[in-house]
Design a binder for this molecule. Sequence first.
Ligand code: UT7
Length: 329
Amino acid sequence: MSKAIGIVGIGSYVPDRIVTNYDLEKIMDTSNDWILERTGIERRRVADKDTASSDLGVKAAEAALADAGLSAEDIDLIITATLSPDMIFPSTACVIQEKIGAVNAAAFDLSAACTGFIYAITTAKAFIASGDAKKVLVIGTEAISKILNWEDRKTAVLFGDGAGAVVLAETEEGKGIITSVLGSDGTGNQLLYIPAGGTRMPASYETVDRKGHTIVMDGSEVFKFASRKMVEVSEEAVNKSGLTLQDIDCFLPHQANLRIIKNAAKRMGIPLEKVYINLHEYGNMSAASIPVALDEAVKNGHIKKGDIILMVGFGAGLTWGATVLEWNR
Ligand code: UT7
C-alpha cells in the first residue's frame, strides 16, 4: 500500500501594520458597523510600500521549513498560489526559490485565486504520489493591498495581506491528505477580476486613469455562488473520503465572509465550536487565508494530532475546492 502524503511542516507570516475598520472610516465612505455586520471583519494587515508577495511568502516558507526540520536544499518543487504576484512573469515561486536558496527545486505559480491553496496542495500531492517530487513547498501568499482600489468601498474593506506555507511529503504516521475535490466554472470569470494589465487590455494611461489594474467584484453574485458551493464541495469531499460530516473535528473554510461561513456550517450541521474563524483579524487574504488559519489553529491547540480537518476554498475563476486530511503531527 502506498504511504500517506501529508503536511510535515507549516508556517505563516503577516505584516505588522494593522488597519482597523475605524482607520478605513477616515479615508472612505464606510463604517465599522457596516463592515462588521456584513463581513465579520474588524481589522486587516497591510504590507509596507517596499514589501511584495514574495517577501511575505519567504517568511512563511522559512517558518514551514524550520517546522519540518528541513533545509531549502531538500525541497524539489515549490508551488506558489497567489493572485497578487510580484509581476506577471517570472513566477513569484522563482523569486521565492532564489531568496530562500532552494537550489534543487523546480518552481511555478498556480492561479486559482482564493482557492489557490487547495489547488496547490492537491497538485503537490499528485506530484509526490507519481514519484516526480518528494518534498514540495506550497505557499499561499498575497499582498492584495497593492492591487486594491482604495476609493472603492465595495472591495477595499474586504481584503488583507499575509502568507502561509506548508511542506508536503510522504509521512509514516496517520492518513495525511485523504482526498480533495476541485472544480471551476469559467462562465463567472468576470465576477471577480482585474480587467487590465494582461494581454486582453494591456496597460495604458487610460487603464491607469480608470483604475483598471485593481480588483473588481460583483459581491452579491460571488456571495450567492460561495454560499452554495462551499456546502456542495465540502459534502462531496467528505463523501469521497468515506467519512461523514460528524467525523469532522475542524472545519476550516476560506475566510471571506462570516455570514457565508456560519450559513455553511449550519447547513452541514457542524457546530460553531468546530469551525475555525480568524477573518475578524485578517480579512480575506485570498490564497493565504487557509494556510494562515491552519497554522494558527495548530499552534493555538484548536487542531490536535489525529483530528480530521475539512478545508474548503472558493473564489475567482470561478473556482472551488475542498480537502479532507488527518492532522498527523
Ligand atoms: O474570496 C473571494 C470571494 N469573495 C467573497 O466571498 C465575497 C462575497 N461577497 C460578500 O461578502 C458580500 O457580497 C459583500 C460583503 C462584498 C457585500 O455585502 P452585501 O450584503 O452583499 O452588500 P451589497 O453589495 O448588496 O451592498 C449593500 C449596500 C449598498 O448600498 P445601496 O446600494 O443598498 O444603497 C452598497 O453601496 O451597502 C453599500 N456598501 C457599503 N456601505 C458601507 C457596499 N460596501 C460598503 C461599505 N461600507 N464598505
